[in-house]
Structures are given as C-alpha cells and as structure tokens.
Ligand binder design. Structure first.
Ligand code: UPG
Length: 461
C-alpha cells in the first residue's frame, strides 16, 4: 500500500465494537499512533458513545470522531448503544444492530477514502467491503494473544469442541495451560449463535480470513509462544503494538476517596473491582464480601449490576445480613464508576482483587499492589492463567472445577498468600516478578520501538 504521494499521510479509520472494553483499547491505539506525525485518525463511534470517547481520545488537528447512527432493532431500547447500558437479555441485539450498519459504513468509507480500516472481531462483514473499495483492513484484537491462541486452536473444526476437548490443551499449544470444567463451559459461548447471527467464533474466523493483517495489543516479550502459535494457525501477517499501558488519568482522585484511603497504613487496603461489564452472582457477592471481611484488612469493594437493575436495591439484597454494620470504618462498598488508575496508584492500596480484565491487570502491574484474580468470563480466564502461571505475578482464587464455586475461605487464602505470608518463597518470587514486569511495562523506549515498527508495517501493508 502506498500513502498519498504528496502528503505521505496515513489515514486510518478506527471501528471498535459497541463495548467500552473494546472502545478503550481502540482509543489507546489511536492515541499512540496519533502522537506520530503523518497519521490521520477517523474514529467511528455510535452517537451515544461519542461524549465519553471525547474525554479519552487525544484530539489533534488530524483526529476526528465520526458519529454513527445505530439502526433500530426490535427489543433494543432507543439510545442503548454499548454493552454496559444493555441488560443480559438484550446485549446480543447490539450485534444485530451492528450488522445492519453495513450500508452506512460502506458509504462512509467511500467518502473518507482511508488507507486502512482497523476493525473489531464482530464486524466480520467489513473486509469484503474494504477490499471492494481498495482499502486495506486490519483486525485488531483487544484480547491477549493467549486468549486468541486458544480460539485459533479450534480452526478447521466442523463442529464445536466438547467440554472435555476444551479442558485439554490442543496439540502443539504452548505450555500446559488448559481450562477447568467451568471455564471450558464458558468458552463454548463463542460457538453460540444468538438471534440467528453468526457466533463469535464464526465472526472472528471471517475477520481473520478476510483481513490483510491481524493486530495484537501485545508483544513477543509478553507472550511470544502464544503469538507464534497464532501465526501458525492463521495465514496472515501478525502486527504488534507492544505493551500498551493505559495513560494515567488527569486530575486528582476524588476527595472523598482520598480522605478515606489516607486513613490506612501504606499498602494495607484491598481494592476490589470487576471492570466495566462483569457482574457477580448473588452467591459470589456473598462469599467475596465475607472473604474480604475475614482478611481483617481495610477494603474498597466496587460491585456493579446490569443497567436494568437498581444498584442500591441490589446491594441491599445481595450483601450478607449485618455486613455493612460489621465492617463500618474499615470497608466501603460502592456501585458505579471509580477512578481506578488513581486508586491503584494510591499508597494505601496494597492489593487488587479483580476479574483479570486485560487493562486492569496491566494497571495493577504498573503499580505496587498485589494481584489476586477472580476471573469470571471469556478471556479473563486465560489472562489470569498468563499472570498466575506464566508470568507468576499474582495468584488466583481457588475454585471448584465443575461450577467455579468459591467460598469466603478461598478469597481469604488467596489474599493471605500475598498480603500476610509475605516471607514465603512464592510471595517473594511474585514480588520479584511483579517488579520485573513493572519495569518492562514502563519502559518508554520499548513502547516507542513497537509503535515505530507498527507505523512502518502499516505503511507497507
Ligand atoms: O469503575 C471503573 C471501571 C473500570 N475502569 C477502567 O476501565 C478499564 C477496564 O478495562 P478491563 O479491565 O480490560 O476491563 P473491562 O472493560 O471490564 O473488560 C472487558 O474488556 C477487556 C478487554 O479490553 C477484557 O479483557 C475483559 O474480559 C472484558 O470484560 C480499565 O482501564 C479501568 O481502569 C475505571 O476506571 N473505573
């Protein structure tokens, strides 16, 4: 591909799926790329998501957000345009709406005439449109390579794997990481079709087959063997952005939380949260809350609920009886958005109990808090394995194989192993490994080199 002869400018269209867990990495990618001169970014966003994206995207003269109109779909409430605003009953309808956007996107691309469109897993219909218009297409994975590697291990199958097949690592898969029964049954979601639309697996395969290159938010240092495995499975160039670390939030942590956290000694508070779109069951909330109480440590627990539920009612309903009175002065429970990066950076915070969302684990590693993982769905299981078993930078809460049940003691034991038994060999090596990865993730030179190479790769696609 050649860029404009006169300007030598590279015009990229960004087109993420309708979820902030996807939009955020696309914004990070845009911000990294737009810091280089000669890159023009047109960021496509459903109208309802534009305002929030405006607060995240670095605006330059060469960056624009283009609002999209989400087509009407029966059952999907007006104005609901991302997964966080849907309910579990309607979330899959977003893919129906997305599929109906094909004429709108074709029209836009025809007018924008970008060199490359960088798109997400759900838009499997995009590569043929791009090819027809003479535009290159790059499928960007917001997931770690280890998670994509496990998906590509299913290439060539005519029927979905059984739970037994998923629990054993496929032949040639790096390491010995396999799924437990409850994780395998969650993994089978990717083979399920909803409302007659293609499954996640079918979409991803079409994206990979049709695109000109696959772009991973990863690098060889982080997970070389898994990236090599993907390259063997899919016959496409694999581009890498390197270790993308979310930029620090601007501004200060809200005074209420600063005042509360400052009450406690350095590195003593457990911050516990599950990202933007992961919800716990009633039993999980009970055991988690009791487990945190059992540690005796101060804690800041964030619990969110699907958008169709009233969170204050849900908190009252799900927290154990008498819990808030017992933990008064030592524990807080909050529902809603918090300034996570500020909280993780606060000196009183010593432990992060989380769902192992990709950005969240990276944010934990660039700070000094210990990582305790309680993955609940999708790629979180693989992220957690990479952190606990490959990088050995944290621990996972022990679970029952068949259904993933964990009790309060399991939460307590996991926290104890990194927060109280700090002199064991395991705890010491976790701290050492954490330090090593923190250094790597904060190394600007490595990051810059990956971005420079990526720009070169995009220009020669
Ligand atoms: O109250 C909150 C909640 C989240 N965040 C930020 O939002 C991002 C969350 O990212 P991540 O941890 O990756 O979680 P989710 O958005 O919850 O994750 C979805 O998307 C990820 C890929 O991007 C996947 O790894 C997860 O499985 C999937 O649930 C992070 O930057 C957080 O700092 C906040 O600042 N405040």
């Amino acid at each position: 591909m050649s860029t404009d002869e006169n300007s030598n400018e590279l015009h990229l269209v960004m087109f993420p799926f309708l979820a902030f867990g996807h939009i955020s990495p696309f914004v990070q990618l845009s911000n990294k790329l737009s810091s280089y001169s000669g890159i023009r970014i047109s960021f496509l966003a459903a109208s309802a998501n534009v305002r929030r994206i405006e607060t995240m995207l670095n605006r330059t003269a060469a960056t624009q957000i283009i609002p999209l109109t989400l087509p009407h779909v029966d059952g999907l409430p007006e104005g609901v345009e991302n997964t966080a605003d849907t309910s579990p009953a309607t979330v899959e309808l977003l893919k129906v709406a997305l599929d109906l956007m094909q004429p709108q996107i074709k029209n836009l691309l025809t007018h924008l005439k970008p060199h490359i469109v960088i798109f997400d897993f759900a838009q499997s219909w995009l590569p043929p449109i791009a090819t027809e218009l003479g535009i290159k297409s790059v499928c960007f994975s917001v997931f770690l390579g280890i998670a994509i590697a496990y998906v590509t291990a299913c290439i060539g199958r005519n029927i979905p794997p059984t739970i037994e097949e998923v629990t054993n690592p496929p032949p040639g898969f790096p390491g010995t990481i396999g799924f437990r029964t409850f994780e395998a049954s969650d993994f089978l979601y990717i083979f399920t079709s909803f409302h007659g639309t293609p499954s996640v697996f079918d979409r991803l395969m079409k994206c990979f087959n049709g695109c000109d290159a696959i772009l991973m938010k990863s690098c060889t240092e982080m997970e070389g063997p898994y990236l090599d495995y993907i390259t063997k499975q899919v016959n496409k160039p694999l581009l890498l952005i390197g270790p993308v670390v979310p930029e620090p939030y601007s501004g200060e942590l809200d005074q209420t939380w600063t005042n509360w956290l400052t009450h406690f000694p350095a590195r003593s508070v457990i911050y516990c949260s599950f990202g933007s779109e992961t919800f716990l069951t009633d039993d999980q909330i009970t055991e988690l809350a009791l487990g945190l109480e059992l540690t005796g440590l101060p804690f800041f627990l964030v619990l969110n609920f699907p958008a169709n539920l009233d969170s204050s009612v849900e908190l009252k309903r799900t927290l154990p009886r008498g819990f808030m009175e017992r933990v008064k002065g030592k524990g807080v429970v909050h529902s809603g958005w918090v300034q996570q990066r500020h909280i993780l950076a606060h000196e009183s915070v010593g432990c992060y109990v989380c769902h192992a969302g990709f950005s969240s684990v990276i944010e934990a590693l660039v700070n000094d808090c210990q990582l305790v993982m309680l993955p609940l769905k999708g790629d979180q299981f693989m992220n957690s394995k990479l952190m606990a078993m490959d990088w050995k930078v944290g621990v996972e809460v022990n679970r029952r194989d068949e259904d993933g049940y964990f009790g309060k003691e399991d939460v307590f034991e996991a926290v104890k192993s990194v927060m109280m038994e700090t002199e064991t060999e395991v705890a010491k090596s976790i701290r050492e490994n954490h330090k090593k990865w923190k250094g790597f993730l904060q190394n600007d030179e490595i990051q810059k080199k990956y971005i420079i190479d990526l720009v070169k790769d995009l220009k020669t696609l």
